[in-house]
Design a protein around this ligand. Structure first.
Ligand code: UN1
Length: 497
């Protein structure tokens, strides 16, 4: 199956069959490929090629650059099912979500194509006669992209589509857990480049499946003005200071610890559906996964009853076979989940679910029953992001306290309130409300559209990707002052004769 998919996606067999690093599927632990891990020297060479490609690509007019991204979007449309299936096989998310991830790529390509004709600057009034000021946006350089296993293709595309129309080249270091999906994206982009013609330099986009040293070389190289990294807060803590030490820029999209406040006036049917999707979708392995439910004490019992019923109906199993929850990525993820549940129990929490499933059938696949954990307050275990389907349920009496709980974690990615009270809704998204990069009303915290800026505050890293004016992050801002007079007046009225 993998070979047929990879063939249709245009990945040469040598790239994913002949290496020495084994790639396995979390579905059953079986080997699906063997790739070659590149070292720091290989990364060095890739950055050199990316630098050369940048010199050429930045001269191509932006709307033409958009045409390449349009062709790439067409490739993605054509191969949506194959790429979606590959994502499912390689990272274990269910096929519906694999397709959704590819759709996010298509959507960002559409956005980037439009953006390619809108890399607008400003004209600014000058204080001096016969002068005008302008703000221009110029291509930045080779962009380094680091991505995580849980979204092996979409975050790359959010960055790549915009970075390409902005005139940059790309060096991508994907997670070692999901290299085949990266190779497939690269192959589709190369097809689009072939259709596009000679204007696109050969090494405009490169994938480097690398070891740790290769990643470090990428973050340390001053030829790479921007590193955009998605992953854990731990990873961000290593990347950010290295990039800052050479005055590079970074876009960091790190951990989340996303809450829902559930108010007494909420539509509970809607809320329960939203909880289910956002807490157990992708087996709790989204950075936007719902991890904390802060429910009004007056409806806590009813909500718990409904949640337990909904959780009892979840089908767990092969992510290609119409189940709602697939496997965790690996044994380590399973151990971390069990350890968090153990800590919660020690703290007196009531734990429902969380047990390993299907172990007889898949001894090397780590399926779990999603867990609901009733907690009294936000202990350390709640404040920590465990990348697994654990939903902590806590209650509140006053909305102000609920908002304070929402904010009282180190992470600041996503958040939401379910309420029919307009004061509560508006208050939650006001200056005094949620401190997260994403704050929603009557929608769960996950499943963001690409049109908005995506990312969060505090330990989430502060970066933004995708829509809104995020394209500016991939360009260099330049302020121009032009004197079209015959005088040379100085600013601030200074005389200097
Ligand atoms: C991630 O988990 O790293 O909002 C990204 C969402 C998706 C992206 C998640 N659009 O859940």
């Amino acid at each position: 199956m993998i070979d047929a998919i990879m063939q249709r996606l245009g990945v040469p067999t040598a790239l994913y069959r002949q290496g020495d690093y084994s790639v396995t599927s979390p579905t059953d632990g079986a080997e699906i490929g063997r790739v070659t891990l590149q070292d720091a020297d290989a990364m060095e060479a890739s950055i050199g090629r990316a630098q050369q490609a940048f010199e050429t690509w930045r001269q191509v007019p932006a709307p033409r650059r958009g045409e390449l991204v349009r062709l790439f979007g067409e490739q993605l449309r054509r191969h949506k099912e194959d790429l979606g299936a590959l994502v499912t096989i390689e990272c274990g998310k269910i096929y519906q979500e694999g397709l959704g991830e590819v759709q996010e790529m298509i959507d960002i390509c559409d956005l980037a194509v439009g953006q390619s004709r809108q890399l607008f600057g400003l004209t600014i009034a000058s204080e001096r006669p016969g002068h005008h000021m302008r703000e221009s946006w110029h291509p930045l350089g080779p962009i380094g992209l680091i991505t995580a296993f849980n979204f092996p293709v979409a975050p790359w595309a959010w960055n790549a589509a915009l970075a390409l129309v902005c005139g940059n080249s790309l060096v991508w270091k994907p997670s070692e857990k999901t290299p085949l999906s990266a190779l497939a994206c690269q192959a589709l982009l190369e097809r689009a480049m072939d259709e596009f013609g000679d204007e696109a330099p050969k090494h405009l986009s490169q994938v480097v499946i690398g070891d740790r040293a290769a990643g470090e070389r990428l973050t340390d190289d001053s030829r790479v003005p921007l590193i955009s990294a998605t992953g854990s807060t731990r990873m961000g803590r290593e990347v950010a200071p290295r990039v800052a030490a050479r005055f590079g820029r970074s876009i960091l999209e790190l951990g989340g610890n996303n809450a829902m406040i559930l108010a007494p006036s909420a539509d509970l049917d809607m809320a329960v559906r939203a909880i289910l999707f956002s807490a157990v979708g992708t087996a709790g392995q989204r950075c936007t996964t719902l991890r904390r439910l802060i429910v009004h004490e007056s409806i806590r019992d009813e909500v718990m009853t409904r949640l337990k019923r909904a959780y009892a109906g979840i089908s767990i199993g092969d992510p290609m076979q119409g189940n709602l929850v697939g496997p965790l990525i690996d044994a380590q993820a399973y151990d971390q989940m069990q350890s968090a549940l153990g800590t919660a129990r020690q703290l007196g929490a009531q734990v429902y679910g969380g047990e390993r499933q299907l172990a007889d059938r898949y001894p090397d696949g780590y399926y779990v029953a999603p867990a609901i954990v009733e907690m009294e307050g936000q202990s350390e275990v709640v404040r920590h992001e465990t990348f697994a389907p654990i939903l902590y349920v806590m209650s509140y009496r006053e909305m102000d306290d609920a908002v304070a709980m929402n904010n009282d974690v180190p992470q600041g990615l996503s958040s939401c309130v379910f309420t029919s009270d307009v004061r509560e809704a508006e208050g939650f998204i006001s200056d005094m409300g949620s401190d997260c990069g994403i704050a929603n009303v009557n929608i769960g915290p996950s499943g963001a559209e690409i049109g908005g800026a995506f990312g969060g505050e505090k330990e989430t890293g502060g970066g933004r990707e995708s829509g809104s004016d995020v394209w500016k992050s991939y360009m260099r801002r330049q302020t121009n002052t032009v004197n079209y007079s015959r005088e040379l007046p100085l600013a601030q009225g200074i005389t200097f004769d």
